[in-house]
Ligand binder design. Structure first.
Ligand code: VGL
Ligand code: ZN
Length: 210
């Protein structure tokens, strides 16, 4: 990898996705040390953090749908929407980055899921498939042609961010030990599916050695 043309994208490492949080990812806290090691590499051309940042009346909160419970699917204008416990409410402690990652060298923080009517797992395009965040243009304007993605959750926001990175023309790698899934048992299947569209799977050591 040409590091100066590569962006590190740290997805949604926020208190609500960590143990004790509203939507805790199993072993979510295991990503913090690898993410810190990746951040300590001085070679990144750009460092991006993403931050799930929902209004209290967000469409993805089961609490906003009479008679619905978390993890059920509902149909909305853009297709299926999974319902979640209230999480990452804008300005709440759950939406904050953990203290270990507070003072990072992020060049840009992409907040997503701010439209009450549309969810956004991806850092590039919202769940309606239309509204873009501007991240692809930002990265291209900075001369980036490759991205390395890590964070939470592997099977939702990391996955959709990586898929949209490929669609936007970036060479894309997911750092397995710096990511954790809501359903970890599916990791091998997920990586096999992602490999079909060219997404690479690496370890933190692989990335730091490259
Ligand atoms: C996420 C579910 C709901 C994620 C965000 O960061 O993967 N998952 N909102
Ligand atoms: Zn969310």
């Amino acid at each position: 990898m040409s590091a100066s043309r590569t962006a590190l994208i740290v997805v949604d490492v926020q208190n609500d996705f960590l143990p004790g949080g509203a939507l805790a990812v199993p072993a979510g806290d295991a990503v913090i040390e690898p993410v810190k090691r990746l951040l300590a590499d001085p070679r990144w051309g750009v460092v991006v953090f993403t931050q799930d940042w929902h209004p209290a009346d967000h469409v993805s909160f089961a609490s906003n749908h009479e008679g619905k419970v978390p993890f059920e699917d509902i149909t909305v204008s853009y297709g299926l929407q999974k319902l979640w416990p209230d999480h990452c409410v804008a300005g709440s402690d759950g939406a904050k980055f953990p203290a270990a990652l507070e003072d990072t060298r992020a060049n840009i923080v992409i907040r997503k899921g701010m439209n009450p009517a549309v969810d956004s797992y991806s850092a590039f395009v919202e769940a309606d498939g239309k509204a873009v965040t501007g991240l692809a243009g930002y990265l291209k304007a900075r001369g980036i042609d490759e991205v390395v993605v890590c964070g939470l959750a592997l099977d939702f926001c990391v996955r959709f961010t990586a898929e949209d990175a490929v669609a936007a023309g970036f060479k894309t790698t997911i750092v397995e030990d710096a990511a954790a899934a809501i359903v970890p048992a599916e990791n091998d299947n997920l990586f096999a599916k992602l490999a079909e569209i060219g997404i690479r799977r690496a370890s933190t050591d692989d990335i730091l050695r490259a």
